[in-house]
Design a protein. Structure first.
Length: 64
């Protein structure tokens, strides 16, 4: 099981947008039970639709 450790607004600053206009993406830092970190980049709207925030359990196998 992984939990969301941090959410970073990946569209802040001068990064080149490679997605549709108006579709903001975020970088999510995940941590498992052993303290291992992994990272996902997902649309911000997807996080909100799934009510995910820092501390939430990351839904494995859910289509993003």
């Amino acid at each position: 099981m992984k939990r969301i450790k941090q959410i970073f607004d990946g569209d802040y600053g001068c990064e080149e947008n490679t997605h549709a206009p108006g579709e903001l993406t975020v970088s999510v830092t995940l941590e498992d039970e052993e303290g291992n970190l992994s990272y996902e980049t997902v649309p911000d709207a997807w996080l909100r639709q799934n009510a995910l925030d820092v501390g939430s359990v990351w839904p494995e196998g859910v289509a993003r």
